[in-house]
Design a protein around this ligand. Structure first.
Ligand SMILES: [Zn+2]
Length: 149
């Protein structure tokens, strides 16, 4: 009796986890299809997922798996739709001011906004990094569009 209860509980847990994973995958599919349809050129950071996966924190492991899936989907969808995917070196993208280029060093992840000590421009951490990624991808200054998803 208690064994079958345990089995039932285990089955429920597995089906719940599968449901969450499917929902998550579905979201990534919608997001990547939207991006590839909307934009001709997409730039992403070449994050070293393998190194990060050694991390034992579950949330980070999931985030890494999501990133890999997101990138794979972008890669094959860009190819399918004839769009360009540019992968840039992630070095300093969150340290450099996208306005003046000043490198103010590493900032802990909990710092979501900061002000450049050189030019005094106030930055949202993610948008500043996204602009830096675009600058690297398109150094000749094509029109930039930043998607904040
Ligand atoms: Zn600056």
């Amino acid at each position: 009796e208690s064994f079958s209860n345990w089995q039932r509980a285990r089955k429920l847990k597995a089906s719940y986890q599968k449901k969450v994973a499917n929902k998550h995958k579905d979201y990534l599919h919608k997001l990547t299809t939207h991006l590839v349809r909307q934009y001709d050129v997409i730039a992403i950071e070449d994050l070293k997922v393998k190194n990060l996966q050694k991390n034992h924190c579950l949330a980070k492991a999931i985030a890494n798996a999501s990133w890999s899936m997101f990138r794979q989907m972008l890669e094959y969808k860009c190819e399918r739709y004839g769009k360009e995917l540019i992968v840039v070196n992630p070095k300093n993208t969150s340290r450099i001011c996208s306005k003046c280029g000043f490198n103010s060093g590493a900032k802990p992840l909990e710092i979501r906004e900061w002000t450049c000590s050189n030019c005094q421009v106030h930055h949202d951490r993610d948008i500043n990094a996204a602009v830096n990624i675009l600058h690297q991808a398109m150094p000749n200054g094509q029109e930039l569009a930043v998607v904040n998803s």
